[in-house]
Ligand binder design. Structure first.
Ligand code: 8OZ
Length: 364
């Protein structure tokens, strides 16, 4: 068998991806009034449609699920209609697109919550981190612990948002179980001190993620449902004492549910890959379907991990912001354009839809 290449197609459930290069979810804080994606968002994603798969920026499943200014939602008809323009634009360019669904839990601020309420979490433990709100950075607010009888409502918000995703024309959804947001606040013992069926044991801490995943898979099909995890990432001030057995358990149950891909942040999100001991190769072998590797990949590492069967797909984040034609550039060896950090979060077209394609990448 030939050595697999980054530029080979890949079957993902009912889809055939044109290549193994995935545009990672990237928060850009440019939603319009009503937290509706704008026409500019449709242009931005369509410009990047040569990715084998686009995963959208994190998109909240409810008003309570928001934690940063101007992030889009998928719980109103206007939001569904706005996303429909995005999916149509990407599909016209021959691309594939999943929406990343999140609930931020405690990574929020009272000024972003309905009626100025406290954000919710597994336990009433405030994270030592900041969010972006009122056009500046502010400490996240003190959360309250969710009552056990509220959890079916959270699960239902994910289920409904997944149904909305299909109505908006998405090819599937990714459940954001990573980076210190609500589902991870239940998984990781640094944020979860519950004594009910959702806290304590490995099984209990995995329960909310698995409840949500089962509901979404039932709603739209496991073959259109992916899950993102970050077993050892300290992103958003979180910690876990037993990552390997915790995530072995989660992967075994995601296998049972038949989810189509596992998206793994290997190391500290956006930071070192070797932040803590963890055997990602073992996790990859344990998971039965498509393994999407993320964190610190460049062409060389991505090529090697795909060739060595350590990954089926590889996500690129920042490089996709400043290189809409990243796939073509990687294929032809065209240089990569640098990112302008000042235009990452918020604003309009500048630093969003005005990064040009590279002429030399199309010479052939
Ligand atoms: C950067 C800024 C705000 C949110 C994540 C969704 O870390 C995010 C995020 C990243 O997963």
């Amino acid at each position: 068998m030939a050595t697999p290449s980054l530029f080979d197609p890949h079957a993902l459930g009912p889809l055939v991806l044109a290549n193994r290069i995935v545009m990672a979810p990237l928060t850009r804080n440019r939603a319009g009034p009503g937290l509706v994606p704008t026409d500019l968002a449709a242009t931005y994603y369509a410009q990047r449609a040569s990715a084998g798969l686009i995963i959208t920026e994190a998109t909240q499943v409810s008003a309570q699920a928001q934690g940063y200014q101007d992030t889009p939602g998928l719980y109103t008809q206007d939001q569904i209609d706005g996303w429909r323009k995005v999916t149509d634009a990407v599909h016209r360019e021959g691309g594939r697109i999943f929406v990343q669904l999140w609930h931020v839990g405690r990574i929020s601020h009272v000024d972003l919550q309905p009626n100025g309420a406290a954000p919710v979490s597994a336990s009433a433990l405030r994270a030592q981190t900041k969010t972006f709100v009122n056009n500046g950075f502010a400490d996240v607010s003190e959360p309250r612990a969710l009552e056990i009888d509220e959890l079916p409502g959270i699960v239902n918000d994910f289920r409904q948002a997944a149904a909305n995703a299909i109505a908006a024309g998405f090819d599937g959804v990714e459940i954001h179980g990573a980076n210190g947001y609500l589902l991870e606040q239940f998984i990781k013992d640094g944020a979860n001190q519950r004594t009910d069926a959702y806290g304590g044991s490995i099984e209990n801490r995995a329960r909310l993620l698995l409840d949500v995943t089962a509901a979404v898979a039932e709603e739209i099909g496991a073959d259109r449902t992916g899950v993102r995890i970050s077993p050892v990432s300290p992103a958003n001030a979180i910690s876990i004492s037993d990552p390997q057995p915790q995530y072995d358990y989660i992967v075994d149950h995601l296998n049972r549910l038949g989810v189509v891909y596992l998206h793994v942040v290997e190391g500290a999100t956006g930071g070192p890959r070797d932040v803590a001991p963890f055997d990602f190769s073992a996790l990859r072998r344990r998971f039965k379907q498509t393994y999407l590797a993320n964190n610190g990949y460049d062409l060389e590492l991505a090529t090697r991990h795909v060739a060595e069967n350590k990954a089926d797909l590889v996500a690129f984040g920042r490089a996709f912001i400043s290189n809409p034609d990243l796939v073509e550039r990687l294929k032809t060896g065209a240089p990569l354009a640098p990112l302008h950090p000042a235009t990452l979060y918020g604003g309009g077209a500048e630093g969003y839809t005005d990064y040009p394609r590279h002429p030399a990448a199309y010479a052939a």
